[in-house]
Design a binder for this molecule. Structure first.
Ligand SMILES: Cc1cc2nc3c(=O)[nH]c(=O)nc-3n(C[C@H](O)[C@H](O)[C@H](O)COP(=O)(O)OP(=O)(O)OC[C@H]3O[C@@H](n4cnc5c(N)ncnc54)[C@H](O)[C@@H]3O)c2cc1C
Length: 396
C-alpha cells in the first residue's frame, strides 16, 4: 500500500482547495470523494476579498473571475416598502487588498477548477465515487477506509461537509443548534436589478419573511438570480416547494409572475466542532463548522482554513517544524470562526427578521449611519469581508 503525505476526504470546494494547496507544495496527496462528480446544487457563490487573494495564490483567479460576476456593492432594503436603506461599497477597501470587491462564482466551479489542476499533477491521486466509512490512527500514521480500499498517510484532512463521517469517526461533538425554519432557494431568470433597481447582492428585511437576492453567472454565463427566503416553522417541505407557495413568495418580493428554473430547501444550523484536530486528523470547512448563509461567510472561512492548514502541514512535512506546531490550527481557526463567522451570520439573520417596529427602525438607522460614516463604513466591511479575520490570522 502506497503511503501518502496527506489524505483529503471530500472534493467539495474546501477539500479540493486543501488538496491543491498541499499538492502545490510538492507533497503526495490523495483526494477521496463519495460522489462520482462535484455537486452543482446552488449553494455558495459570494467570494470575499481575502478568499480571492488565496484563489490568486493558487493560480486560479483569472478563470475564477471570468466564470463569475464582480460585485462591488451590497445593499440593505426594507422589502415591504421597497426602500433602499443603505449601500456598502467594497471599493472602500482599496489599499487593504488587491481585490476590493466580491466575486460571485458558484462553488462547484471552484471545486472543478481545482480538480482539473489536481488531475494533471503527478503527485496527486483523485478518487471519485469512493465513500469513506471510517479511519484509524496511531502515533505514526492515519489509515482511512473507503469501500474495499484502505489508504494510509502521514496526515488526513476531513473536508467532508456538515455531516462529516471523519468528524463522527473521531467522536468530536458538533456544538450548536439548528433553526426550526428552513431556507428556500429559488433560482430564476427574472431580472431583479432591472425590475427593482437593486444591485447584484441584496439583503431585504421584512418582519414576516425576509429575502436575500443574489445574481450569479450560471454555467452558461447568461446570468441567474437566487432568491433565498425563510420558510414558516410549521410549513412542510411539500408546501414550501409547491408552485402556489413559490409564486406567492416571488410576488411578495415584487416579482409577480416570475418563473423559476430550480428550487432547493435547506436545513440551517449554527454549529462548531468542539475540536478541529485530533492527532493526525484535521477538520476543515463545513466538517468543522456550519452557519446560516446570510453574509456569505461559511465557505470563505473554510477556504481560509484549508490554506492555513496546508501551510502548517508543509512546514512539518519538510521538518521545519514539529508535530506540536500543528496545534495552532485549532487554537487559531476555532475562535476566528466563532467571532467572525458565527457571530456575524447570527447578527445578519436577526437584522433581516426583526419584527418589532421600533427595533426595526433602530436597526435601519444604524445601517444608514454606518454607511454614511467613512470610518465606520470601512470598519464594517473589514469585518464583513473577513479581511480583519484574515489579517489577525496572519499576525498570530
Ligand atoms: C443556500 C446556501 C448559500 C450559501 N452561500 C454561501 C456564500 O455565498 N458564501 C459562503 O462562504 N458560503 C455559503 N454557503 C455555505 C457553503 O455552501 C458551504 O460552507 C460549503 O459548501 C462548504 O464546503 P465544504 O467543501 O466544506 O463542504 P461540502 O460542499 O459539503 O463538500 C463536502 C464534500 O464531501 C463529500 N463527502 C461527504 N461525505 C463523504 C465521505 N464519507 N467520503 C467521501 N466524501 C464525502 C461530499 O460528497 C462533498 O463533495 C451557502 C450555503 C447554502 C446552503
Amino acid at each position: 500500500m502506497q503511503r501518502r503525505n496527506i489524505l483529503v476526504v471530500g472534493a467539495g470546494p474546501v477539500g479540493s482547495v486543501a488538496a491543491l494547496a498541499c499538492a502545490r507544495f510538492g507533497h503526495s496527496v490523495t483526494l477521496l470523494e463519495a460522489e462520482p462528480r462535484v455537486s452543482d446544487m446552488p449553494r455558495a457563490s459570494t467570494t470575499q476579498p481575502p478568499t480571492l487573494e488565496i484563489i490568486a495564490a493558487l493560480g486560479l483567479i483569472d478563470e475564477y473571475i471570468r466564470v463569475g460576476l464582480v460585485a462591488r456593492t451590497f445593499e440593505f432594503w426594507d422589502r415591504p416598502t421597497l426602500e433602499r436603506i443603505a449601500e456598502f461599497d467594497f471599493d472602500r477597501l482599496r489599499g487593504e487588498t488587491d481585490y476590493p470587491y466580491v466575486v460571485q462564482t458558484e462553488q462547484h466551479k471552484l471545486a472543478n477548477m481545482a480538480l482539473e489542476r489536481l488531475r494533471a499533477m503527478p503527485n496527486v491521486e483523485v478518487v471519485m465515487g469512493c465513500t469513506v466509512s471510517g479511519l484509524e490512527q496511531d502515533g505514526d500514521q492515519v489509515s482511512v477506509r473507503c469501500g474495499e480500499r484502505q489508504f494510509i498517510a502521514d496526515y488526513a484532512i476531513g473536508a467532508d461537509g456538515g455531516r462529516s463521517t471523519v468528524r463522527k469517526s473521531l467522536g468530536i461533538e458538533f456544538e450548536g443548534y439548528t433553526f426550526p425554519e428552513r431556507f428556500l432557494v429559488v433560482t430564476t431568470k427574472f431580472d431583479f436589478a432591472a425590475a427593482l433597481g437593486c444591485c447584484s447582492r441584496n439583503y431585504m428585511a421584512d418582519p414576516k419573511e425576509w429575502t436575500n437576492l443574489f445574481k450569479v453567472a450560471g454555467d452558461d454565463l447568461k446570468g441567474r438570480w437566487r432568491a433565498v427566503f425563510n420558510t414558516r416553522e410549521d410549513e412542510t417541505d411539500d408546501e414550501a416547494l409547491s408552485d402556489t407557495a413559490v409564486r406567492a413568495r416571488l410576488a411578495r418580493c415584487h416579482a409577480p409572475g416570475a418563473d423559476w428554473v430550480h428550487l432547493n430547501l435547506y436545513n440551517v444550523h449554527q454549529r462548531v466542532a468542539k475540536h478541529f484536530r485530533k492527532g493526525r486528523v484535521f477538520l476543515c470547512g463545513d466538517a468543522a463548522h456550519v452557519n446560516n448563509p446570510i453574509g456569505g461567510l461559511g465557505l470563505n472561512s473554510g477556504i481560509h482554513e484549508a490554506w492555513d492548514l496546508a501551510g502548517l502541514l508543509d512546514k512539518v512535512l519538510r521538518r521545519e517544524a514539529d508535530d506540536a506546531s500543528l496545534d495552532v490550527y485549532e487554537a487559531r481557526r476555532r475562535p476566528l470562526n466563532i467571532e467572525y463567522v458565527q457571530e456575524q451570520t447570527i447578527a445578519n439573520k436577526k437584522r433581516l427578521e426583526e419584527r418589532e417596529p421600533a427595533q426595526r427602525a433602530v436597526r435601519f438607522d444604524e445601517l444608514r449611519a454606518m454607511a454614511a460614516d467613512p470610518v465606520r463604513h470601512k470598519a464594517f466591511l473589514m469585518r464583513a469581508s473577513l479581511l480583519e479575520s484574515a489579517r489577525r490570522s496572519a499576525s498570530q
